[in-house]
Design a protein around this ligand. Structure first.
Ligand SMILES: NC(=O)c1ccc[n+]([C@@H]2O[C@H](COP(=O)([O-])OP(=O)(O)OC[C@H]3O[C@@H](n4cnc5c(N)ncnc54)[C@H](OP(=O)(O)O)[C@@H]3O)[C@@H](O)[C@H]2O)c1
Length: 257
């Protein structure tokens, strides 16, 4: 394995949860890290943590549903840190509803953030990766990108789409030094899980403890993954040049096919 010392990483949704853990893990592995999301205090704080690890860093306010902001992001990173070597498309939103009650706005917003944004941001970063013959694209999908999710038509469709994108681009990029992989976490201890538990408790009249137990019952480990466990997978994919087109599960054995 070649190292990623001095490589430049851009992590979307880097202000908290899985993205924060990935940003810090890449920094510990030697990368300089641009941390982006909409909540400026969060990305500023994570960027400060990256700096404390001795790496160069930048916090980049970015709404990934805004195409103009996406198109401008690679140059903003390049101007301060250098061209993006490792792109982590992690920003994501979750929504849950029976299809008949899912409104168009929910579908559009979810597909924009969870599927269209990774595609467009990757496209914007690729020319420089191809020129330099090195790139790592890491897309944070989900086990919901591999299996159906009851009441998850929008989320599961977008996450399946992200894996299709990952596999297709991996073939395109394989001879150009660029690997493209996805990570498929099961439920992970972040705000997204807390919000899903609250939604289920509200919808079913169950307590939050009961809703949480129900969510995690199907997991062989009987627990949610930790953001740091997902981040370990991202570092592996950033380091390894021979793994491409894969959907790497960090899911306690929830999906084995
Ligand atoms: N937690 C889980 O159980 C789980 C399981 C499988 C997969 N995942 C996936 O893991 C990724 C990270 O989720 P998480 O669990 O860490 O959730 P989280 O704690 O809610 O964090 C989501 C991150 O995405 C950012 N984000 C959301 N909308 C954005 C937008 N329009 N533009 C830019 N950034 C945006 C958020 O920042 P701002 O709101 O400040 O913009 C935040 O930094 C997501 O892709 C999610 O689908 C999560």
């Amino acid at each position: 394995m070649a190292g990623i010392e001095g490589r430049v990483a851009l992590v979307t949704g880097g202000g908290r949860g899985i993205g924060r853990a990935i940003a810090l893990a890449l920094a510990r592995a030697g990368a300089d890290v641009a941390v982006s999301a909409r909540s400026v205090p969060e990305i500023e704080a994570v960027s400060a943590e990256v700096a404390a690890l001795g790496r160069r860093t930048l916090f980049l306010p970015l709404d990934v549903s805004d195409r103009a902001q996406l198109a401008a992001a690679p140059a903003a990173v390049a101007a301060r840190l250098g061209p993006v070597d490792v792109l982590v498309n992690n920003a994501g939103i979750h929504a849950s509803a029976p299809l008949q009650r899912m409104d168009d706005e929910t579908w559009d917003a979810l597909v924009a953030v969870d599927l269209t944004a990774p595609v467009l941001l990757t496209r914007a970063c690729l020319p420089s990766m191809y020129d330099r013959g090195f790139g790592r694209v890491i897309n944070v999908s989900s086990v919901a990108g591999r299996i159906g999710l009851k009441y998850g038509c929008a989320y599961s469709s977008a996450k399946h789409g992200l894996i299709g994108f990952t596999r297709s681009l991996a073939l395109e990029a394989a001879r150009k030094g660029v690997t493209v992989n996805a990570i498929c976490p099961s439920w992970t201890e972040t705000r997204m899980l807390d919000e899903a538990v609250e939604d289920i408790a509200r919808a079913t009249g169950r307590s939050e403890a009961e809703a949480r137990a129900a969510i995690l019952r199907a997991n062989p480990l009987g627990r949610a993954a930790l953001p740091e466990e997902v981040a370990d997978a991202a570092v592996f994919l950033a380091l390894n040049g021979a793994v491409t087109g894969q959907a790497l599960h960090v899911d306690g054995g929830e999906v084995m096919a």
